[in-house]
Design a protein around this ligand. Structure first.
Ligand code: AHM
Ligand code: MG
Length: 350
């Protein structure tokens, strides 16, 4: 991928955002500030993650989040960095995060703005201590008209109402991927300069792919259409698909989605029967929705297996959903298998 430039000059995130506001009218000053502030926080998180064992921040924080997961020290630190960075700028009405039970209000001493920010501060917790890529995922919503002190119900908006979404991957390089609703852009952190530089414009996901990402160890817990889809891929050239498929699973959604955005693929975290009370592992508001917006903006598809993720009306802040996203033709096929199975069982019940 070549680096897009303006008359030979590198384009920083700041310049990209100012031009998006000034020349194209795509964003207003508050949204520009919001993205800048989130990007600045991601730089700080990148530095904290990059220190590794020298930062004295590996390992467990000894606490649990609302989902009953043990928090890592870096989960807590990343959450704090995003809160601190975003509280005082005047662009937000409130924030919510994977690591906090309830929305975080803007302290009364600061002005409030018209946006809501929802984030997973450090996605890929199981990879933090083993030096594998982790990342930050974020979603931007409008605060409902007339609401000055937003509560949880004000956040419960379908993903189609997101005004922006993005993620950062803290990998061999730090990359920020962003959509403001008109295409997907990639910025790479220049560590010497301390600034994000545009390294990819209008990213697109190929419609076809020979690569899938799923945690195969859960196969015995899957529903029949899920098993059918993967068994067909595994059957390879002599099976019904007539070609071989390759598998990759980083276990950091940010890294798996970034690979798919770079070279195609399908990512699946389906519903399974390991814990029937949970409809999937991933969270709708700060994992599935922002990734679905990015993937759709890149020409891919994102469903729950039964419906478009961006159409799901959230019932609660930390709600979980099954996730199928990436190369359009594979997502559509896997979704079709699920819809057919649902129609068959509805027919059997009628
Ligand atoms: P986290 O937000 O607590 O890190 O959990 C989400 C992560 C995703 O990044 C990843 O796709 C998935 O959990 C991996 O799950 P598993 O360990 O079951 O393979
Ligand atoms: Mg996560």
């Amino acid at each position: 991928m070549s680096t897009p430039t303006h008359a030979g000059q590198r384009v920083s995130l700041t310049r990209f955002l100012i031009e998006a506001q000034r020349e194209h009218g795509h964003i207003n000053a508050d949204l520009r500030l919001l993205i800048e502030v989130v990007a600045r926080a991601c730089k700080r998180i990148s530095i904290a993650v990059g220190k590794g064992a020298l930062g004295n921040a590996l390992g467990s924080a000894g606490t649990e989040n609302v989902q009953g997961e043990t928090q890592k020290k870096l989960d807590v630190i990343s959450n704090e960095i995003l809160l601190e960075a975003n509280e005082w700028g005047g662009h937000l009405a409130a924030l919510a995060s994977e690591e906090m039970d309830h929305p975080h209000p803007i302290p009364h001493r600061y002005p409030k703005g018209g946006y809501l920010l929802v984030f997973d501060p450090l996605d890929g917790s199981s990879n933090i201590d083993v030096n594998i890529s982790v990342g930050t995922i974020f979603s931007v919503l409008r605060c409902p008209e007339g609401v000055t002190d937003p509560v949880e119900s004000d956040f419960l908006q379908a993903g189609s109402r997101q005004v922006a979404a993005g993620y950062a991957v803290y990998g061999s390089s730090t990359v920020l991927v962003l959509t403001l609703g008109y295409g997907v852009y990639q910025f790479t952190l220049d560590r010497e300069q301390g600034s994000f530089v545009l390294t990819g414009s209008n990213l697109t996901i190929p419609a076809d792919t020979g690569e899938f990402a799923i945690n195969m160890s859960n196969m015995r817990h899957w529903e029949p259409p899920m098993k059918r889809y993967i068994e067909e891929l595994l059957a390879g050239r002599t099976g019904p698909r007539g070609r071989d498929f390759n598998m990759r699973w980083v276990a950091s959604m940010v890294a798996d989605v970034h690979r798919i955005l770079t070279r195609g693929g399908i990512f699946i975290y389906p519903r399974d029967m390991k814990d029937p009370s949970k409809p999937g592992k991933l969270r709708l508001m700060y994992e599935a929705n922002p990734m679905a917006m990015i993937v759709e903006q890149a020409g891919g598809a994102a469903t729950t297996g039964l419906q478009r993720i961006l159409d799901v009306e959230p019932g609660e802040l930390h709600q979980r959903v099954p996730v199928f996203l990436g190369s359009r033709n594979e997502v559509e096929r896997a979704t079709r298998y699920h819809l057919e199975a649902a129609a068959e069982s509805a027919g059997a019940l009628a």
